[in-house]
Design a binder for this molecule. Structure first.
Ligand code: PEP
Ligand code: CO
Length: 456
């Protein structure tokens, strides 16, 4: 098989076994008849923006839920998330002095790889929860059976989410320019002195631009943004059913989201997920962890770039080692890619290598470790003369208590207050914005100067 369905002949990992084949076939047929959520031209535009990121002429901000949930869904969730992403983007633009490419983990981030196939609670063993697109979160036998009809619900929610995002991106957030308003709460904290300075300078700049008199068209441009969607392309029946042929170029387009990535657990060079992603023209992300070998990386880069190693913007390497392991692993991966002469986007996921179990029993991530991995990422790229292209966060616009630390110094004991994630712990809105300020500082101090790195 050479078409989009060739993944079906490869080894598949982390995918559910659907027992009701008739129901599965019916769902796939229904999805094939529905409109795609994103289009070839949009994916192409993201690729060209990512090519700019690879050269240090733009910076990438990718973020959102670990797992989107059917239950915790509504306008306010999407709106609060979008707002904090724009706030972060503005702070990052100020530090990087280049445009920020905004990509959400949203409108399709429903399927989860799990470290164990089953979960045991009070002596009862059940299949693990694999994300709302596959089975239910509730710990009972019926919920945990994979149900193909959940794909239709995921598609519907993704379509509604994208509709909101497309609306907001057209300028519903004009107030985003009033930096003081949105940092008021946050900068009241004692330790926020440094952020206050940045916010003041940013506000001054915006006021100046306004006073200098923008043409109405320019002002409109400032209020509108490009916003892209992304998710892990894990559930390949869903991905295949939403794949379309671009009538103009004849290329295959994953219609489920602008960018799809391959997770750390499903990046086997001969596996189903790599095969699927190599066939579509969307930009592709590849998670790289401590177990990514140079040998595998070479094969993966070559396959995913279809041998076109100068095709900047096609492949993004999302590194996630853990703060303490960046120095051990990132230099060797950079060396491998440099030896190949491949043009990739390097981005840092400081979440998945820094997950711990707190004393209170919750899965959490210490803010200092998340920051530590970002700092190490910038330092290593600076030393190598490569471009630290962006950051990838699990975050929410809500005021949750899932990661410890930050300005408000959330403790282990605080975690139980508002721990709502369906999967991994997310940065709350304040923690996410604080990180943006800290990355801004890194870039302004030159330790993460994307343009200087690009020139080196
Ligand atoms: C994720 O991004 O939610 C995830 C599971 O990451 P990784 O594959 O890097 O562990
Ligand atoms: Co996660």
């Amino acid at each position: 098989m050479s078409g989009i369905e060739s993944w079906r002949d490869k080894e598949r990992i982390q995918m559910p076994v659907y027992t009701d084949t008739a129901a599965l076939n019916a769902v796939e047929a229904q999805l094939r008849g529905l409109p795609p959520l994103v289009f070839a031209d949009e994916a192409r535009r993201l690729r060209s923006e990512l090519a700019a990121v690879s050269r240090g002429e733009a910076f990438l901000l990718q973020g959102g839920d670990c797992a989107e949930s059917f239950e915790q869904f509504g306008q306010s969730q999407v709106q609060d998330f979008f707002k904090v992403m724009l706030q972060m983007a503005m702070v990052l633009t100020y530090g990087a002095k280049v445009p920020v490419v905004k990509v959400g983990r949203i409108a399709g981030q429903f399927a989860k790889p799990r470290s164990a196939p089953t979960e045991t609670v009070d002596g009862v063993e059940l299949p693990s929860y694999r994300g709302d697109i596959i089975n239910g979160f509730d710990f009972d036998e019926a919920s945990r059976i994979p149900d193909p009809n959940r794909m239709i619900e995921a598609y519907t929610q993704a379509a509604a989410t994208l509709n909101l995002l497309r609306g907001f991106a057209r300028g519903g957030f004009a107030d985003i320019n009033k930096v003081h308003q949105w940092t008021l709460d946050f900068t009241a904290e004692d330790k926020a002195e440094a952020y206050r300075g940045i916010a003041d300078a940013l506000q001054d700049t915006l006021d100046f631009i306004k006073a200098a008199g923008l043409s109405p068209r320019k002002a409109e441009e400032l209020a509108t943004v490009d916003f892209y969607t992304s998710h892990e392309g894990l559930l390949l029946e869903y991905e295949e059913a939403l794949t379309r042929v671009d009538p103009r170029s004849g290329e295959l387009v994953a219609g489920s989201g602008h960018l799809i990535w391959i997770g750390d657990r499903t990046r086997q060079p001969d596996g189903a997920h790599v095969d699927f992603c190599s066939k579509v023209m969307n930009p592709i992300g590849l998670k790289c962890g401590p177990t990514t070998s140079a040998e595998d990386l070479k094969v993966l880069v070559d396959k995913l770039m279809n041998g076109k190693l100068d095709d900047a913007g096609r492949l993004m390497l999302i590194t996630r080692f853990g703060a303490e392991k960046v120095d051990e692993h990132l230099p060797r991966l950079i060396e491998t890619v440099q030896e190949m002469g491949a043009q990739v986007v390097w981005t840092c996921d400081p979440m998945h290598g820094n997950t711990i179990k707190s004393a209170s029993g919750y899965k959490t991530r210490p803010f200092e470790d998340v920051l530590g991995e970002v700092q190490a990422f910038f330092r290593v790229h600076q030393d190598a003369g490569t471009v630290p292209g962006g950051v990838h966060f699990e975050m929410t616009g809500q005021d949750v208590t899932e990661c410890t630390g930050g300005l408000r110094a959330l403790t282990d004991e605080d975690l139980s207050d508002r721990y709502h994630t369906a999967c991994d712990p997310r940065l709350n809105a304040d923690q996410a914005l604080e990180l943006a300020f800290l990355v801004n500082q890194l870039m302004r101090e030159g330790r993460g100067n994307v343009k200087a790195a690009a020139r080196a």
